[in-house]
Design a protein around this ligand. Structure first.
Ligand SMILES: Cc1cc2nc3c(=O)[nH]c(=O)nc-3n(C[C@H](O)[C@H](O)[C@H](O)COP(=O)(O)OP(=O)(O)OC[C@H]3O[C@@H](n4cnc5c(N)ncnc54)[C@H](O)[C@@H]3O)c2cc1C
Length: 377
């Protein structure tokens, strides 16, 4: 069976790897960009051409407030799958994937409702996951880098949540999927189905690309923001809009706090992420387009606000220098919850795996499993 995947961000790449383990599939992944790569060492500022290249890779799973329904099921399936996926990929590619397994610390503030946290800890315990509530004394003991003042009221520690370098992960997925026989065509844009839709044909038999026509038995649209124009060509417009995020890499030159314990620290939606050698990622802004527009002018003052918030949490960061800053667009479904994992209405063989908004790295494994189950049921 011939399967085409449009888009090779973290979602398309994870689907490709997952499907590469199903016997009898002949899989081609197409992306209009070049293969994923790390930013140039000399760069001081960049705009990522896709969402994955801008992501921080924080996997807010156990620590999220979602406790039931589809959204929690997806998160849980992903964190479970990551436990096997990473060693599996590392075995195939023969190198390790940068991943922080020291957990996530979510700072608490005087205005927080502690009853809500206590109830989450109880729910997670019953679900088989571990969360700890720390008072300020414990927080200072384990993370002396965190500001010791009245504005922080302890923390929640989630030891089973991870942070993964999204570009390294995507590169590993591409390599492992290629090893399993998947063909990747980079620099090739999917233009739509061929011939363009006429009448009420319920199947897509071929796709048109900038390198010609490709016959398919299944088309999976994992094209992030590029999914909207593709669905429009299929006369089933799915509205996915951009939400800008800016972040930066700081260089302190030495680890904050305890060198042996370097978890992600998060508060008020600002993440401080250790990336090794005394460097930290700090981000990200959440910037919506003005009404009736898809253009989002980048606002440096918002990034400055994120930096100031990070310094308020960990004052030592004031001494750090900025190595580089970047921005990217998150694909957010308009008027419906993220993500969109479903059959495109009217087609029997076009699947959507898109609109992952702020959690695409987290949800990629569960998305891939869901797509596999929709195809092979
Ligand atoms: C600043 C920032 C921080 C973030 N932090 C996190 C985080 O901590 N944790 C987390 O889980 N998520 C995070 N995200 C969100 C995450 O990045 C996205 O949800 C995720 O990357 C979406 O992946 P994707 O593969 O669907 O989309 P993309 O990465 O955008 O990939 C889509 C691909 O499709 C290709 N494409 C589009 N149209 C076509 C076409 N017609 N033909 C061929 N190719 C096409 C594009 O070139 C692109 O490579 C963050 C995002 C940003 C911007």
């Amino acid at each position: 069976m011939k399967v085409a995947i449009a888009g090779c961000g973290v979602v398309g790449a994870t689907i490709a790897y997952e499907l590469s383990q199903v016997p009898g599939l002949n899989i081609t992944v197409l992306d209009r960009l070049d293969p994923p790569k790390f930013p140039d060492a000399a760069v001081t500022q960049f705009v990522s051409p896709n969402s994955t290249g801008a992501a921080l890779g924080v996997l807010m799973g156990v620590i999220s407030h979602k406790v039931k329904g589809k959204v929690w099921k997806l998160r849980q399936a992903s964190i479970q799958r990551y436990q096997t996926l990473l060693p599996e990929l590392e075995l195939i590619i023969g190198r390790s994937i940068p991943c922080n397994r020291q957990g996530i610390i979510s700072l608490c503030f005087p205005s927080d409702n502690f009853d809500r946290w206590e109830s989450l800890v109880e729910i997670r315990r019953n679900q088989g996951w571990n969360l700890e509530i720390w008072d300020n004394h414990q927080l200072q003991k384990f993370c002396p880098q965190v500001s010791n003042n009245n504005s922080i009221n302890g923390a929640i520690y989630s030891p089973q949540d991870y942070q993964i370098n999204p570009t390294a992960l995507t590169m590993a997925l591409v390599e492992a999927a290629s090893h399993n026989g998947v063909e990747f065509k980079f620099g090739v844009e999917v233009l739509g189905i061929a011939p363009p839709l006429s009448g009420i044909s319920p199947t897509c038999d071929a796709i048109e690309t900038t390198q010609g026509k490709i016959p398919v038995d299944y088309l999976i649209i994992a094209a992030g923001l590029g999914s909207s124009p593709l669905t429009a060509q299929l006369q089933q417009f799915v509205d996915i809009r951009p939400v800008l995020g800016q972040a930066l890499q700081l260089r302190l030159g030495h680890p904050l706090g305890n060198p042996g314990f370097q978890p992600v620290i998060t508060g008020n939606d600002v993440h401080i992420i250790p990336v090794g050698n005394g460097d930290y990622w700090v981000g990200a802004t959440v910037e919506f387009p003005p009404e009736n527009s898809r253009e989002i002018p980048s606002q440096p003052e918002l990034l400055q606000g994120v930096l100031e918030q990070a310094i308020a949490f960990c004052p030592e960061l004031a001494a750090a220098t900025t190595v580089y800053s970047w921005s990217g667009l998150r694909p957010r479904p308009e008027g419906r919850p993220a993500p969109i994992i479903e059959r495109l209405p009217r087609f029997t063989n076009v699947l959507l795996a898109t609109g992952h908004y702020r959690n695409g790295v987290l949800l990629a494994p569960a998305t891939a499993i869901a797509i596999r189950e929709m195809m092979i049921s």
